[in-house]
Design a protein around this ligand. Structure first.
Ligand SMILES: *[C@@H]1O[C@H](CO)[C@@H](O)[C@H](O)[C@H]1NC(C)=O
Ligand SMILES: *[C@@H]1O[C@H](CO)[C@@H](O)[C@H](O)[C@H]1NC(C)=O
Ligand SMILES: [Zn+2]
Length: 425
């Protein structure tokens, strides 16, 4: 009897224990997916639009993103990866600077718009922090535009504003070349000459204008001097859309600890890049190497400045375990394995970017009464064979406005005409 009673109690206890482990203990995979269902994953940089140009010359009609192979990004991978919002890069190479950079950038903006129209069930074009939540509620990927490289605006505030009108919400100040108003990261490696010691006066006026219109300022790709000057000037928080931690991998594309701390003071965000070369400073990397960057940034400046900036389809080497956009949940799981709390993971997933974006929108709204910046870049800073100088005073005009010049030109023409007439008669 006793034996039977004991075994009965034992069976009940065992049953309880089993029941608990089935219903109570969430696996790390389940926990990662739950967090990603509660908070949108927002990625700062993806170059699928560049793949559209490179592989298809932007003929989207020839592409089906539901089955496209050979890229890091397609619709099934996006779904599997729970990618809730993406800043798609409107990127054109530095070789276009002083040539057709503006046209090519417009075409990249256009291809992103067309991608959203072609797949309305999967993508929602988005231009605000609220749009990101609306898309998330509808289980669509909020699709935002970031222009990667100041060469894309050809030193023109009017072009910057027009691109904002077209839906662009961040501008990376440089790609891997100097612009007439900002130095890029290659200056810090010594392979590009330092031209502005950071930003030129026009570059500084551009920062003010970006604050005024509500364009996020992206410091990926710029020199450290530019990072610090923008952190001095900007009244809104800044982003690094795809950069990792310099202390973990000493590559000049990464962010030094001193800047991480300043980003924290400004309540900005550093969205971690997965490119092997920036993750381990070598050709190979794995998911745990990427998590090391997350851990380091958290240790130095807290989880409130961290985000995801995979750089998918813009790089040739990605880590083992993060082969394409379907793998984000594995990285979230790795952070949980390392003891990240739910709230820290949610911050990194999307809450940090949403906070930054909202603040940028608030700063914009607070500057509504400011006049648009309209002082053009000085002509001698942008002289090149493909740029005309309409609007700038011509050298002989220095004495006064154009009208004052007209009478003498008129007199000269009359004299010439008289001479011609005299001859013909
Ligand atoms: C999204 O859905 C949640 C819960 O249903 C709701 O509280 C929130 O207002 C919605 N947000 C937007 C922007 O639609
Ligand atoms: C990742 O690579 C490092 C070496 O960089 C190695 O120590 C570690 O075990 C690897 N981790 C995984 C999960 O493969
Ligand atoms: Zn880049």
């Amino acid at each position: 009897m006793l034996g039977r009673g004991l075994s009965c109690v034992f069976a009940v206890a065992l049953g309880l224990a089993l029941g608990l482990s089935v219903t109570g203990a969430e696996t790390l995979t389940e926990r990662a997916l739950r967090l990603m269902a509660e908070t949108p994953l927002i990625d700062g940089h993806n170059d699928l639009p560049w793949q559209m140009r490179k592989q298809f010359n932007n003929q989207l009609n020839l592409v089906d993103l539901k089955v496209l192979e050979g890229t890091h990004t397609n619709i099934p991978k996006i779904k599997k990866g729970r990618l809730a919002a993406q800043f798609w890069a409107a990127y054109v190479p530095c070789e276009t600077q002083y040539k057709d950079a503006v046209r090519q950038t417009l075409e990249q903006i256009d291809v992103i718009h067309r991608m959203c129209s072609k797949y309305p069930d999967n993508f929602m074009f988005a231009t605000s922090s609220e749009d990101i939540m609306t898309a998330f509620n509808q289980s669509k990927t909020a699709s935002l535009i970031g222009v990667e490289g100041g060469h894309s605006i050809d030193s023109s505030l009017g072009t910057l504003r027009t691109m904002y009108q077209l839906g662009v919400r961040y501008l990376t100040l440089t790609h891997s070349c100097n612009t007439p108003w900002a130095d890029n990261w290659l200056v810090d490696t010594g392979s590009d000459p330092m031209e502005h010691n950071g930003l030129s006066p026009f570059g500084k006026s551009l920062i003010k204008e970006m604050n005024r219109i509500g364009m996020l300022i992206d410091l990926a790709h710029v020199s450290e001097a530019v990072m610090n000057q923008v952190l001095d000037i900007s009244t809104a928080p800044v982003i690094f859309s795809h950069s990792s931690a310099y202390a973990v991998c000493a590559h000049k594309r990464n962010v030094p600890d001193s800047v991480l701390r300043r980003v924290q003071e400004k309540q900005g965000i550093v969205m971690v890049n997965f490119y092997n070369d920036y993750v381990t400073c070598s050709k190979t990397a794995n998911i745990s190497d990427v998590a090391d960057h997350f851990d380091h940034i958290k240790k130095v400046a807290g989880s409130s400045i961290i985000g995801f900036g995979g750089d998918y389809d813009g790089v040739t080497r990605v880590p083992e375990g993060l082969e394409d956009v379907s793998k984000y949940p594995a990285l979230v799981e790795e952070l949980l394995r390392r003891g990240w709390m739910d709230s820290e993971v949610k911050d990194a997933l999307g809450r940090n970017l949403l906070r930054v974006f909202k603040k940028v929108e608030e700063v914009r709204d607070g500057l509504k009464s400011e006049l648009p910046g309209d002082t053009p870049i000085p002509l001698d800073e942008v002289k090149n064979p493909c740029r005309t100088d309409y609007g700038y005073p011509t050298p002989t005009d220095n004495a006064g406005p154009r009208l004052a010049h007209t009478p003498s030109a008129l007199v000269l023409s009359l004299l010439l005409l008289t001479a011609l007439l005299a001859k013909s008669v």
